[in-house]
Design a protein around this ligand. Structure first.
Ligand code: ADP
Ligand code: MG
Length: 319
């Protein structure tokens, strides 16, 4: 198959039609329409084989995650997803791999009603770059720089699961715990799109937890020029994770492991009740883990009231 046959066969064939796409795959550019009163939110993320996923990861899981990590960025701004572009570098044309990849990619495309509007296809070592585009009501985005002293800090869902799942598939876990849920959380994270949109009237500030809670909350306090205190006994943990650690919870690992794709956001205390209602509406735990204060940095307070010092802040490609 030529490059063009491959594009037509695999990528152009993914049919999902949106009214706001004037021109999709096939020309030099796509032409897209942003609705009145909205601005465009754009984000991109690359997944490199062996760096962002172990080489044993299935093609479908890679396709799913390549899109969802980007959707998570839209969620963190409160945006509504609309379109994606896909730039893929492949070592060879492997029909089974490509069909699996597209099956995984399609799942969140269908779920969030996205259209693939273009991309690039090259030969090389396996690497996937997805770019997503979404809509935001003008001036309403959730921004990292918008936290204020006195705000409460919340996280959605549970944290630490994906990190434990990764340890499991890298064979770093000695016990015979199966950790199916944690591995699923690693391979099939849920982008918190509905939550992000629902937060627009309640919050100004959010980030998605991709590099670890400490690192990502660290970005918020740095951009907002303030400090954060988190109470580690309030961190929301899954039953599977608690069952694995029993009485010996590895807080350092939980605070620094990434890939959960939950949202961390801040709200002023008057919205506390509205957040409790949102928990019910969304069917998703939203847990207050601490507060924003004046100063700088993130401090973690252990159940005994002592400060917990964490050595490794999160994943960094160039360290
Ligand atoms: P150009 O040479 O102008 O960059 P290409 O030959 O790379 O165009 O691509 C032809 C068309 O196919 C373009 O519309 C491009 O956006 C689309 N395309 C290429 N690769 C992909 C892909 N992996 N997924 C979706 N669309 C793609
Ligand atoms: Mg090209």
């Amino acid at each position: 198959m030529s490059e063009f046959d491959l594009i037509n066969h695999y990528f152009k064939a993914i049919d999902s039609r949106r009214q706001d796409v004037t021109l999709g795959i096939g020309d030099d550019c796509a032409i897209l329409q942003v609705p009145d009163g909205y601005e465009l939110a754009v984000s991109t993320d690359t997944l490199v084989a062996g760096v962002h996923f172990p080489l044993t990861t299935s093609a479908a899981d890679i396709g799913y995650k390549a899109l969802v990590v980007n959707l998570s960025d839209l969620a963190a701004m409160g945006a509504e997803p609309a379109w994606l572009m896909l730039s893929i570098s492949l070592p060879e044309e492997d029909a089974d791999w490509l069909s699996g990849f597209i099956k995984g990619l399609r799942q969140p495309m269908d779920q969030y009603h996205l259209q693939l509007v273009g991309g690039d296809t090259t030969r090389g070592s396996l690497s996937i770059t997805v770019q997503v585009f979404g809509f935001l009501p003008k001036g309403k985005a959730l921004r990292r720089e918008a936290a204020r002293p006195g705000d409460l800090i919340y996280v959605s869902g549970t944290i630490g699961d994906a990190g434990l799942g990764l340890k499991k598939i890298l064979n770093e876990i000695k016990s015979d715990h199966i950790l199916h849920y944690c591995v699923e959380r690693l391979n099939r994270p849920t982008p918190r799109i509905a939550l992000g949109k629902a937060l627009l009237p309640l919050s100004h500030c959010a980030i998605d937890i991709s590099d670890g809670l400490l690192a990502d909350l660290g970005h918020i306090v740095e951009e907002s020029a303030c400090a954060a205190i988190i109470h580690i006994d309030q961190l929301p943990l899954s039953n599977e994770l608690k069952n694995y650690y029993q009485d010996n919870i590895d807080w350092q690992q939980i605070l620094t492991s990434g890939d959960d794709y939950e949202l961390c956001f801040t709200v002023s205390p008057e919205h506390c009740e509205a957040i409790s209602q949102l928990t019910v509406q969304q069917g998703l735990p939203l847990t207050c883990i601490g507060e924003i204060s004046k100063g700088q940095g993130v401090r973690c307070i252990a159940p005994d009231g002592q400060e917990l010092f964490v050595t490794q802040a999160g994943y960094n490609h160039f360290k």
